[in-house]
Design a protein around this ligand. Sequence first.
Ligand code: GRF
Length: 202
Amino acid sequence: MTVKIAVLVSGRGSNLQAIIDSIEKGYIKNAAVNVVISNKADAYALERAGKHGISAVFLDPEGRDRAEYDREILNVLKRYDTDLLLLAGYFRLLGSEIIGTYRHRILNIHPSLLPAFKGLHAQKQAFEYGVKVAGCTVHFVDEGLDSGPIIIQKCVPVLPEDTEEILTARILEQEHIIYPEAVRLFVEGKLKVEGRNVIALA
Ligand code: GRF
């Protein structure tokens, strides 16, 4: 059985690319990205989808409230018979209807060691705070902001000569490793959620 994946994006789509590549290389088996949905018409992620023969859908949020917009997303998810929803640089909050419908079936990648530095510009927040260790997190999405149960985290050092850009690049490199890893665990049915704890079964 193939796990049908939909990905929500807003921009560049390098994490989307990491997932697509992991499937094409056979690192993630029995899964397919069937549709990529963007709230931005010019998101490069839509082009990436097209290059791999994946349906690319732009849904314009203009003039719609969150509930209406989310219902449009839900329609697309249903049309593609989606099993797993991935947020990959999707810069909007999801409403409770989608979260309720896909409980424990929505993953997000965040460029900080949660629960530190939630929200936008997490790498900048960490850099300006002066942390010595930064990193990234893959977590399930719940109703809060970057608050769902944590699946995988990866640390990177913050070095004295770093700039925010250098740190961001070091974190991104790890994002491209842990996001496919988390998707693989999900697809293999190895993630068990107990309250806030996610157990990765052997
Ligand atoms: C990544 O840093 C991700 O962690 C954050 O937004 C950025 C998206 O980058 N949520 P990309 O579109 O995957 O290249």
